[in-house]
Design a protein around this ligand. Structure first.
Ligand SMILES: NC(=O)c1ccc[n+]([C@@H]2O[C@H](COP(=O)([O-])OP(=O)(O)OC[C@H]3O[C@@H](n4cnc5c(N)ncnc54)[C@H](O)[C@@H]3O)[C@@H](O)[C@H]2O)c1
Length: 260
């Protein structure tokens, strides 16, 4: 098992994709720090992992605050003995029609999805450099980091930013034996999409519950949206020794939706 014994921190792991990654890696023998703004949710994920015989600890905090990221990592090091893999996964979307995008929503999204990822890379790297062990950083991008969507402008900018941060960090950190990669999901059935579906109805992009998700999923070659667990295998690969010779890459995991 190529992730066995690795100390892994996953942000945004109380639900959705982050939770699926935490569950999969813990099941394969990694020790996982489940980090989330929703501290109670993170604690519940930890309890479930422990019930299944895995090793996990929880850390509450906001990835838009450097001090919170620092304390998540410090907790991981104190409780699990170090940090080998950092998943900068926390993120959110708030759609607005292109002509109505506000500065407020722009900054909210950029602070979490882009600045949060950059600071996550920085703070994880500082710890890995101090350990002298190298490490892996994996960022959650999106199809929205490869194409612009009219009602998702700040989100798209933030996810294009995740691609840029991934490439820049890979170049900056290679000398410390730290690899930095990203994966880019398409449409994944998580609480994020449940909220997005409602928000897109509210701004008039769709007419009934479920329609926006159906519309977005129509172009997927596989023919259906992903479940969170469909993302976990790619995430596991990027956390494992199998990807040791890979850095600065973005893996599309979208069922064949955005062909880049
Ligand atoms: N669901 C999709 O279709 C999809 C597609 C492409 C990319 N993504 C990306 O995948 C990642 C996970 O998305 P998801 O669908 O699992 O979302 P989700 O809303 O189901 O889960 C996100 C988790 O992140 C946490 N979070 C949000 N803001 C945070 C913050 N500031 N600090 C700490 N934790 C925070 C939330 O509390 C939540 O538990 C996000 O970066 C998202 O942009 C999702």
């Amino acid at each position: 098992m190529t992730v066995e014994g690795k100390r892994v921190l996953v942000t945004g792991a109380a639900q959705g994709i982050g939770r699926a990654i935490a569950d999969r890696l813990a099941a394969e023998g990694a020790a996982v720090c489940v980090a989330d703004l929703n501290a109670d949710g993170a604690e519940q994920v930890v309890a479930a992992i422990r019930d299944s015989g895995g090793t996990a600890v929880s850390a509450g905090g906001n990835v838009a605050e450097r001090a919170d990221i620092r304390s998540m990592i410090d907790l991981c090091v104190a409780e699990l003995g170090g940090l080998d893999v950092m998943f900068n996964n926390a993120g959110f979307n708030r759609p607005q029609p292109f002509l109505e995008v506000t500065e407020e929503v722009w900054h909210q999204i950029m602070n979490v999805n882009a600045l949060g990822v950059m600071m996550g890379c920085q703070e994880a790297a500082k710890t890995m450099i101090a350990q002298g062990t190298g490490g892996k950083i994996v960022n959650t991008a999106s199809i929205a980091g490869r194409e612009g969507f009219p009602s998702f402008v700040p989100y798209c900018v933030s996810k294009f930013g995740v691609v840029a941060i991934t490439q820049a960090a890979a170049r900056a950190l290679a000398e410390h034996d730290i690899t930095v990669n990203a994966f880019a999901p398409g449409v994944v059935a998580t609480p994020l999409w449940e909220q997005l579906d409602l928000d897109l109805m509210e701004i008039g992009d769709s007419e009934r519950p479920g329609q926006a998700m159906e519309d977005f999923s129509a172009g997927i070659l596989k023919g259906f949206a992903a479940q969170p667990n469909d993302i976990a295998g790619t995430a596991r690969f990027l956390a494992s020794t199998d990807s040791d010779y890979m850095t600065a890459q973005v893996i599309m995991i979208d069922g064949g939706m955005v062909l880049v």
